[in-house]
Design a binder for this molecule. Structure first.
Ligand code: 5GP
Length: 264
């Protein structure tokens, strides 16, 4: 099978993917990965040849693992290179849902946490998805009000699914001696159900290798147990790493997630 995208109706084009109608099945759409990489709400932008391919592989292996574990996701299949089939959304929830195990990135600025602080239970925050506004974080009081006074159970469901996905992927990466530090996921409604959508790739999370054979990850700060300099994620790009190094990190992630199919 080789899909001729020139002939298909483009539903939407984002920074890293294009969505096309699936003429053979109105309940699904095609998701085509692009070689583009962006950071800083789209201000920094490059094209890395072959990135679409490794992102497609990583996304496929992670979503197939999550589907196997019974999580509600939009993912159906990956019929050819760079192409996934996903369920069509009834409604896209315009939020980024960030869950953190280890303090890194923006929480060091606004949360006054020391890098490496371990969060147990996990911390989850909602950000309104808007590049021009720099994805502002929603106020916790507002979210609690929406859940309690307005009965908006979707927030609670997103929190729960985010935590479940985090724990599943944290365990999976632990098999390869990698700590899942944090990630960002997105949601929509499909058949009235809160469902995990979008992509999960090297740009979605922070991954830090273990610094030791047997790290002690049950302490208040785990920085000394991990190797942030060996990071496998998009921070390499955000911090100004050259594009071939960035690509090698994304290749390494795809090589790891290829092993997810052999996990129980
Ligand atoms: P932070 O808020 O610390 O910058 O990011 C927390 C986590 O969410 C990191 O794993 C980061 O990669 C991810 N993240 C935050 N904002 C975005 C975004 O706009 N796009 C993507 N792909 N990931 C994001």
């Amino acid at each position: 099978m080789s899909i001729d995208f020139q002939t298909l109706h483009k539903v939407n084009e984002g920074k890293t993917k294009i969505i096309y109608e699936n003429p053979e099945d109105a309940s699904t759409v095609f998701m085509l990965f692009k070689d583009d990489i962006t950071a800083g709400d789209g201000v920094k932008h490059d094209v890395i040849e072959g990135k679409a391919h490794v992102d497609w592989q990583t996304n496929r292996d992670i979503f197939e693992y999550l589907n196997r574990k019974g999580l509600p996701t939009h993912y159906v299949s990956s019929p050819e290179d760079r192409v996934s089939i996903v369920k069509k959304l009834d409604f896209k929830i315009n939020l980024e849902v960030v869950t953190r195990r280890v303090a890194a990135g923006s929480i060091l600025k606004w949360g006054k946490f020391t890098e490496g602080t371990r969060f147990d239970p996990l911390i989850t925050q909602f950000h309104y998805k808007d590049d021009a506004l720099h994805d502002p974080m929603l106020d916790e009081t507002y979210i609690d009000y929406m859940i309690q006074a307005k009965g908006s159970t979707e927030y609670q469901e997103m929190r729960e699914i985010n935590a479940q996905v985090f724990e599943i992927l944290e365990d999976a990466f632990a098999h390869f001696k990698i700590q899942l530090v944090d990630f960002k996921l997105e949601y929509g409604l499909i058949d009235g159900k809160v469902t995990l959508i979008d992509e999960i790739t090297g740009g979605s999370f922070r991954l830090w290798p273990y610094a030791k054979e047997k790290p002690d990850l049950n302490q208040a700060n785990v920085l000394a147990e991990l190797d942030p300099k060996g990071r496998l994620d998009k921070d390499t790009y955000r911090m100004g790493g050259d594009l071939s190094t960035v690509k090698s990190k994304f290749d390494a992630i795809a090589a790891l997630t290829a092993g997810f199919k052999d996990l129980p």
